[in-house]
Structures are given as C-alpha cells and as structure tokens.
Design a protein. Sequence first.
Lengths: 324, 324
Amino acid sequence: MRAIQYQSKEQPLALSLIDDPVAGIDEVIVNLKYSALNHRDVFITKGLYPNLRPGTVLGSDGVGEWQGKEYLINPNIDWGPDQQLPADEYHILGMPDDGTFAEKIAIHPDRLVRKPEHLTSSQAAALPLAGLTAYRVLFSRCQLSAEDRLLVNGIGGGVALFVLQFALAIGAEVWITSSSQEKIDRARGIGATGGILYSEDNWHKSLKKNSGGFDVIIDSAGGAGFSQLISTANKGARIGIYGGSCGPILNLSPQVIFWKHLNIFGSTMGSDQDFTAMVDFVDQYTIVPVVDSVFALADFKRGFDRMDHGLQFGKIVLDNRRLD
Amino acid sequence: MRAIQYQSKEQPLALSLIDDPVAGIDEVIVNLKYSALNHRDVFITKGLYPNLRPGTVLGSDGVGEWQGKEYLINPNIDWGPDQQLPADEYHILGMPDDGTFAEKIAIHPDRLVRKPEHLTSSQAAALPLAGLTAYRVLFSRCQLSAEDRLLVNGIGGGVALFVLQFALAIGAEVWITSSSQEKIDRARGIGATGGILYSEDNWHKSLKKNSGGFDVIIDSAGGAGFSQLISTANKGARIGIYGGSCGPILNLSPQVIFWKHLNIFGSTMGSDQDFTAMVDFVDQYTIVPVVDSVFALADFKRGFDRMDHGLQFGKIVLDNRRLD
C-alpha cells in the first residue's frame, strides 16, 4: 500500500510503497478514506518530538471502513483508567505506532467510534485529535458554561475553531484574536461576538474594554503576549493552555494571578471518556468541523506547507484514496 | 488611646495618642491584648498598597476582650456570599478601616470568633490573616490530602509555617526550601521530611530526585526561580500562589504546563467560611502557631525591621498593653 512515512530529520517525509499492515492479535484492518493534519505531524517533521522512529507511518486523525461500516478512529492509545491524567505509557496514534496517512491501518476495534451521521467522511476525519483537545480543555478542564464569556487566542487552527464552535453551541459568548483580519471576519461569520488583531498596540486594553473581560481564556501561544492575554481575565477566570507556539511565557505577574484568584489549567489531548463525550456532543449539536482544504494523499506536501505557514482556517484533510 | 497610625510615605508610622474609638451602629468596643504583623503592614509602610489613607490605624490580626470573654478578630470585611471569589467591596481590616495596632477597636461583633482554648492570647493573635491565607490556598484551592507530597517554597514566614503545620496535621509528607539552613533545620524539627537551600546550584534537580516530586506546591515568591520550582511538580500537580516577593515569573514553559496537566491556582485571604473552617481545624488538631517574637506595641519598629529583613521564623506579635 501507499503510506506517508517518517524517514529522517534531513528528509522527513515520503509517500512510500510498503507492505500492507498485518492485523495483530485482536486487531482489525480498516480501509482508510480520509485523514487530517495536526501541528503534531509538522512538529515531527522538524524533529521536535522525542523518540522519532524512522519508518513510522504518520497521522493521528482518520476515517475508514470496516465490515461495510464507516468509523472514526480514536487516536488515544493507553490513556488508562484515570480521568484526570494519562498513564505513563499513553501515546498518540502516528508515532511510534503506524498512523492514518496510508491506505490501510491495523488497529484494535475498541479504537473505532461510529461516525456522526450528519458529517461527510472528510468532515469527520477533521474531528478526532483537535476535537478531543478542544473538548477537554474547554469542558473537562475549564468547565465552560453558557454564562461564561470566552476568549480564544489565535483563531484559525483546528483546536481553536472547535473551541469556538463548541462554546457557541452551548450558548457562551465568544471573542477571538488573530494576526489576520480575514480570519477574524470568518470567525465572526461563524458566530464570534468580536475579535481583535493581536498585532495592534494595546490590543488587550481595547479588548478588555470592549468585551467586559473574560471568564475563560483558551491559549496555545504562551510567549511574551501571555501577560497581556491574562490582563483581559475577570476575577476567578479559568485559563486553559494546550500549546506554546510562541515559546516561554515572559514576565508573568504573580500578583495578577493571586489578586484575581486565577485558575490556570494545562491540558493536552483527553481520555477515552472525553473522546466519547466529544463525539456525543458533536452529534447532539450537529457541529460541522471547518475544513480548510482537502489534498490528495499524494499531494501531502502542499498540506504540510500550508499548516507550517499558518495559512489554514480549519482542518487540512487528506484524501487517502487519491494516490497520485 | 495609643495606636500605630499610618502617616505618610516619608514618615510612615508613629505611635500616636488618639481619641478612643466610638462604636458605630451595631459595633462594639474590644479591648485589644495582642496583635501580629503581616507582610501587608510592611508593604503599606513602603507605599506598595493602593489608596493609602493617612491617619489609619494599621493591623489586621488581633485578640481582645469583650464582655469578659476573649475573641479572635476575623480580618475579612465584606467578602460576600460567593465562596469562590470576594465581592468588589472586599477589604482587609487595617486599611482603610482602623485596625488592631491599638489599645481598642470598634468592630462588628460578627467579626469576633471564639479563641481556641489550647492557645495563649499571644499565640492566638498570630493566627488570623496568615492562618486564613494558608488554609484557603492549601485546602480550598489546592485540595491537599493526606496522600499528597507537598513542597512549601520559602519556609519561615507566617503563612508558609501554617501551610507546613496544617499539612503535617492531616498526615501529608512535606518538604521545604529556604535560603537559611537554620530555618530548614527548624522546619525539620517541626516535622518536615526534608529541605533544600534554593541558593544551591541545581537545587530543583536534587530536590526532585530526593523527594520523588510533588503533588502540591505552595509558593509566594514567583520570580526567576518559579520555573525550577515547577520542574519538581508531578504530573497533575496543583500549584498554589499567594504571593510574589521575587517579582515577575520569567521564562515559564507552556509545554511543562500542558504536558504535565498542571493546575495553577492564585489565592489571597479567604472567605468567612474559610475563616471558621480554619479556626475549627486549629482546634481539632490543636495547632499551636509558631511565634517568632513578641514586642511591646511601643517597640513596633523593631518588629517591622525584623520582618522587613526576613529574619523571622513564625509570626511577629505585638503586646498591645505595653505602651512604653
């Protein structure tokens, strides 16, 4: 079969012809229809993940067919029974286990979750990893309720858009930031109340004044802007952190943290229970993932480039049956 | 009566002869026996608090007599009904309301709480503000349990010592840091399992290795050392922040926060319900506050100097009946 394998730091990815996967004990073979990119995949190509194993098929998100039915793949492996924390052996499909950027995958059937009926196969492929990350940070960690005013810092990526959509679904008021006016406008089209360019001087002061301040803030940037970000927090706010694309947080005031009684929660991925709850939520509120673009599997490099340059608004999907 | 009044930034404090307080509607006059110093009082003398009102009698902690019985004074004013957060009008006795560094105080009787029987009057005066701060950050915020291993960063101050004592009382394992070997030894004498000088190179690595890592960390420093501090945290740890004596937190890794699923909680003071729970806890476990020293009210400057130089181990108490 054809599959995108991680090769080496110098020449990270290639669409290779490899042996079909063989089902291990209790595993089944799923014919993959669509997959989707995550920042994780781009980080892996840059050598920014530990213990990279050459020859691994990348890809965490996938939708495929088994015994005539279509399934989402739950990318969690060995989270374990503790809802609060993953077990030490926890990892994500697609490194070091072979992932979804291939024609087929050998996988335990307990990783297969029914595809929500209102979604096309390519929409559903956009859901797993980003939807899980968004669901956990927003609900399991930050306990968002309809009465909260939410700020999503940096709209456009898969997780941030699910955060926006999930929050709107329950009736919360959502504001967003971006470096792109076009992305702000598109987010407002989806239902965001307001947004601001974080490249503007004193953006945080305008945003706090215009919005009235935030009860929940979701961030994946960190960096020098984090202090401005939490200056927009209301007393008792919950701040969810699921990434750090702008590097270390600089000059964070302990006084702001304790005077405002802030709650800062780190979050990454989620448990199997979170995954099931997320899919149920998407069903219940008929959430449709925002798909930025669909590339042929053979054309994966254009998808990786698009994500690497932050051009996307929504998920970048691969069509696993288009092989040349 | 004699009282220590805040005067001005240039000449902050003086023991003045002023009119006796007059009980307002629903207030009573309490004859004060002992009071105690808090960092707050020292910060006020340095102009580091907002809205300083010249002529205010300082002091948040006090024990006094009313109708022949002895009471602790609850220094909370107008916390309000929400257990999670104080109301906007919340403030602490001793600025802008007249406080406890005086012979008498006019106060609402709902601020009077029975003195635990096992404590002397001077020990009890050490309890209110520091005990409340410690109780809330440790239990209401960080949910410390007997199974947790706790790190108290910077032992010696009033709050840190209550954190140590409260945690030991419920059977948790406690480690401490300090810049002073003498303070570490004294904390070990109270029951700390181990301690380390944070002035040592790689103190955080030794500490993590020797302890096995921490489930709860209580900090009032912030500053450049905060990143080292949280490198000793276990996955899922709760970090309680109630102060920031070392200034802004520098170079904090978002990756550490999300990979470890950390929980960071800001906390300051506590509700009336926390106060009652704290006094009940002190009763139940017969906690005896560590009193560093007792100065005559007339000799208050020596007490302020001692706190300003960080020399104390425990609370600095004033004897309000020694007026010269």
